[in-house]
Design a protein around this ligand. Structure first.
Ligand code: COA
Length: 258
């Protein structure tokens, strides 16, 4: 798969999508956001792929935010459309039927922090730095940051970070529950692959049901009902029959995502 602003590398049961504008610290211009949408849709449709890893090229930055150079001529309507188009793609990531793991190497600022937060899991390199600096520009986050940051770390610290623009390092991000693990920069992708492989061994449709049920509880009052629905659906999958049979036969299950 060829992209202008991304690298798309399939290997085993996962895909590594690398945002590839290192001279702009991988800032998200509109074209890159559209390509991210296309890349994750492609990975979702590919039956060989069971997990997606999203990272940034170069050692300095995951993503240093939305591309500020595209802001200059925007009016109220244009600004709202920019946020809406970005949120469509970020929501798509959050709601994908396959797990998306962010491998955060360096700056994850503004839209970069928001992109990481839209992923299901986040692994940070020791040099990662997180922040929402939008108010410095007279703006607020537009790609879900005002919603996902308090959801992930609680409103107390989220409001502080959103209003002070303070950056936090990877260890503080770990303490706050913003990331799952911290690794040395040269071990970042290996750690992401290790987790991707662990998830890929499980029943794919059940993983998809986990994502739906958890999202439902985070975004609506219907989480428990969604869990009931998804639990029921699992019983009519071939993966459930395989999982239960393999358990009884004391062997490893071979899940097909059916
Ligand atoms: N949008 C557009 N371009 C960006 C960018 C962004 N969000 N972040 C970095 N860049 C570009 C810089 O303009 C520069 O381009 P140039 O070489 O053509 O001048 C290049 O990336 C390198 O950035 P630079 O600022 O020189 O690196 P630095 O190490 O001195 O500083 C940061 C790194 C991340 C602290 C700084 O780039 C920064 O503050 N970026 C903006 C962060 C932000 O506000 N994001 C939220 C946007 S809503």
């Amino acid at each position: 798969m060829e992209f202008q602003n991304l690298l798309y590398k399939k290997s085993g049961g996962h895909v590594i999508i690398t945002i590839n504008r290192p001279d702009k610290l991988n800032a998200l211009n509109k074209a890159t956001i559209q390509e991210i949408g296309l890349a994750i849709t492609t990975a979702e449709a590919d039956t060989d792929v069971r997990a997606i890893i999203l990272t940034g090229s170069g050692e300095k930055s995951f993503v240093a935010g939305a591309d500020i150079s595209e802001f200059k001529d925007l009016d109220e309507k244009g600004g709202a459309k920019l946020a809406m188009d970005g949120q469509l793609v970020f929501n798509k990531i959050e709601q994908l039927s396959k797990p998306v793991i962010a491998g955060i190497n360096g700056f994850a600022l503004g839209g970069g922090c928001e992109l990481a937060m839209a992923c299901h899991l986040r692994i940070a390199a020791t040099n990662a730095k997180f922040g929402q600096p939008e108010v410095k520009l007279g703006l607020i986050p537009g790609y879900g940051g005002t919603q996902r940051l308090p959801r992930l770390i609680g409103p107390t610290k989220a409001l502080e970070l959103l209003m002070t623009t303070d950056m936090i390092g990877s260890n503080q991000a770990l303490e706050l529950g913003l990331v799952n693990y911290v690794t040395e920069p040269n071990e970042l992708i290996d750690k992401c692959v290790e987790i991707a492989n662990k998830i890929s061994m499980q029943a794919p449709l059940a993983i998809s049901s986990i994502i739906k049920a958890v999202n439902s509880g985070l975004t609506s009052q219907n989480g428990f009902t969604k869990e009931i629905d998804e639990f029921g659906k699992c019983f009519v999958t071939k993966d459930f029959i395989e999982g239960a049979t393999a358990f009884m036969e004391k062997r490893k299950p071979q899940f097909k995502g059916e």
